[in-house]
Design a protein around this ligand. Structure first.
Ligand SMILES: NC(=O)c1ccc[n+]([C@@H]2O[C@H](COP(=O)([O-])OP(=O)(O)OC[C@H]3O[C@@H](n4cnc5c(N)ncnc54)[C@H](OP(=O)(O)O)[C@@H]3O)[C@@H](O)[C@H]2O)c1
Length: 248
């Protein structure tokens, strides 16, 4: 498929997990892709693996000066963006009573402020008929004791997708979010869980297993493509049947 031939995509947090898988997917379909991350070595490694149609930029999404430098680099090299996957995020799986102000600030800085300003600063570069996809989480749809802070940040960015869909409508830019379920990535590696915990989780998923980053990448590519031209302001839950399937 060549849905992204001649297109340019920015993927924040593209050095591993869903961001990297999406970079592979969009490049395979013809795109030039800019990936970011905070760790220079990981950015270099991922860029080398992705090949000549990838540009790696070290940029912390919580740092507005770094975002300005990122957008300048994109403007100079490509002049425009067709796709933004605001994917960079951090996990904060801490019981409500134990969450400190530092935990709060660090999580909100990346998961909300980082997403907000990535899109605001990328916006002037996004071409007509462009598409923005925000990586939220299944946790915004369900209450879960150790996920209060994380879930709140993800609910916030889904709301951002809705309001920006309206805000950017005059420029024909669509904005959607995705809510992945349990996906096997460095943030939540299935192999690091004990057997009992892994079984407890997979027992709640209709698919009976964790998702793979590639299964998220196909959905992001769809939402970012012209094939999703009438999908706007939505959240797509990609969870193997975790949120809505009640297993007997
Ligand atoms: N895994 C799951 O089960 C799951 C489920 C639902 C939603 N999500 C969401 O999916 C997104 C991707 O996570 P993942 O599971 O694919 O995890 P991952 O493999 O750990 O990827 C996270 C990526 O974000 C980068 N990153 C983190 N903070 C950043 C920052 N401030 N600025 C720029 N880059 C940053 C990381 O690189 P550096 O560390 O080098 O910066 C890495 O490239 C996150 O938003 C996460 O909340 C994950």
């Amino acid at each position: 498929m060549t849905r992204f031939t001649g297109k340019t995509a920015l993927i924040t947090g593209g050095t591993s997990g869903m961001g990297l898988a999406t970079a592979h997917r969009l490049i395979a379909e013809g795109a030039h892709v800019i990936i970011t991350g905070r760790t220079p070595q990981r950015v270099d490694q991922a860029t080398a693996v992705l090949g000549p149609r990838a540009l790696g930029v070290v940029a912390d999404t919580a740092d507005l000066q770094a975002l300005d430098a990122l957008m300048n680099a994109i403007s100079t090299r490509f002049g425009r963006l067709d796709v933004v996957f605001a994917n960079a995020g951090v996990g904060a799986f801490i019981p409500f009573a134990d969450i400190t102000e530092t935990d709060f600030d660090q999580t909100v800085d990346v998961n909300v402020k980082g997403v907000f300003f990535t899109i605001q600063k990328a916006s002037p570069l996004i071409a007509e008929n462009g598409s923005i996809v925000i990586n939220a989480s299944w946790t915004l749809h369900r209450g879960n004791g150790v996920l209060t802070l994380y879930s709140a940040t993800k609910a916030a960015v889904h709301n951002l997708a809705r309001t920006l869909a309206a805000d950017l409508a005059p420029r024909a830019i669509r904005v959607n979010s995705i809510s992945p379920g349990y996906i096997d990535t460095p943030m939540y590696p299935a192999a690091a869980l004990g057997e009992t915990e892994a079984a407890a989780i997979t027992g709640r998923i209709a698919a009976g297993r964790f998702g793979r980053p590639e299964e998220i990448a196909t959905a992001v590519a769809f939402l970012a493509s012209h094939e999703a031209s009438y999908i706007n302001g939505q959240d797509l839950v990609i969870d193997g049947g975790l949120v809505n399937a009640i297993l007997a």
